[in-house]
Write a protein that binds this ligand. Sequence first.
Ligand code: KE4
Length: 431
Amino acid sequence: MKADRSSELFERSKRVIPGGVNSPVRAFRAVGGTPRFVARGEGAFIYDADGNRYVDYVCSWGPLIAGHAHPDVRRAVELALARGSSFGAPTAAEAELAELVVEMVPSVELVRFVSSGTEATMSALRLARGFTGRDKVVKFSGCYHGHADAFLVSAGSGALTFGTPDSPGVTAGTAGDTLTANYNDLESVRALFARNPERIACVIVEPYAGNMGLVPPEAGFLQGLRALTREHGALLIFDEVITGFRAARGGAQEREGVLPDLTTLGKVIGGGLPVGAFGGRAEIMEHLSPLGPVYQAGTLSGNPLAMAAGIATLRLLRDGGAYARLEALGARLERGLRDVFSRHAVAAQHHRRGSMLCTFFTDRPVRDLESAKRSDTARYAAYFHALLERGVWLAPAQFETAFISLAHTEAELDATVAAADDALCALEART
Ligand code: KE4
C-alpha cells in the first residue's frame, strides 16, 4: 500500500511536534515503519492520507465503541456546538451524563468529570490520599494509568519499600511513595501491606490489564484485592478507563462482581471526545472541593461537546443488546484467529474479554508483565505490518489491546481472519 502522503505528513509533523506525534505509541516505533496519518473514519473503517482503507481495531485506543462518525454522536455534537462550545459554568448535559454513569456503574454514587484518563487517575490518587491521610499507593507492574508522575514508577531495588522513577522528570520523592506489586499475585500485595502498615492509601489496578497486552485477572485475584484493602483500611481503585462501558454495561466490576471504592473512567465515556471521570462512594467523593478539602479542578471539565458525545454513546450502550452483540463479534474473531494460528502451527496465546482481545506470540501462558515480555515482539511487528498491508489495522505494539466496535460486522471479522491466514502464509514464505 502507498504511504507517500503519510510519509510527507510525518516529515512535516516532525519539524514542529516531538517525534511527529502527540502520543508516543502512534509513531509506530514498536513495530517500525512509517506511521499512517488518518484522513477520516467511518463505521468500522479508517482511511489514511493516501486513501487506503483499513478495518480498525485500534478504535482510537478504545473510545469508538460505536464506530467512527456514528450518526447519533455526530448529531448530538453538532446540536451542542450550535449552542456554543464551552462556558466554564455548569450545564444540564453534565448532570445528564453523570446520571447515566451513576445508573450504569454499580459502585459509583457521585462522579466528577475531567478531560482525560490521566486526569482521572491522578485525581483519584489524590482523593484516596486525602480521604485516608496516608501517602503510599500500590500499582502493578505492566498496568498503565496514564502519565502522572506517581504512575511512572517501577519496582525499585527495595521493591517492598521504594519505587524508582520510570521516566526522567519523576522525582525520587514521588517514586518513593509508589509501591509496585505483580499482577495476579496476591502474595506480592500482602507483602507490601505487611511492610508498610497503615501507610498505604490505595491499591489501583486495571481489572482487566490492557496495557501489557490483554491480561485478565485469574480467579480470586480481584476478590483478594477487595479483601486485602478492606482488611488494611486502604481504598481499592479500579482503573476502568479501558474496561468502563466496554467489558460490560457496568464495566469489569459488574462482570466480575467486585465493587471498588473508586473507579476511574475515560475513552468510551467521551465517545471520542476528551472525557475522563472518577467516581465512587459518596462519603469519599464528598471530600472533593468545593464540598471538602481535596482540591481538583479543570477549565474544560464537563465540556458541553464532550458531554453530548458521551451521552449519545452511553445511550447506544445502555439499552438493547449492545454487549451481547460485542460478545458474539469478539467470540467469532477469536475463534477464527485461533483456527488460523493452529492451522499454521504458530505458537500464540489468544486472550479475550468481550470485545477486547490480544494475540501474544509466545508458546507459554501469559499472566503478568514478566510472562508477557517473553512474547516475540519482532514477530508481532511482522504480523502487524502484514495485516496492515492487507487492510487490517491492529494496535502498533504487542503490549496493547485490540478493540471491536458495534460498527464491525461478521463480514469485516471474516475478512480479518482471511487476511491473518494470508499474512501468516506470507511470513512463513519469508522464513
Ligand atoms: P489518557 O490520559 O490517555 O486518556 O488515559 C490514560 C489511561 C489510563 N488508564 C488506562 C487503563 C489506560 O489504558 C490509559 C491510556 N491508554 C493508552 C493505550 N494503552 C492510550 C493511548 C496512548 O497513550 O496514546
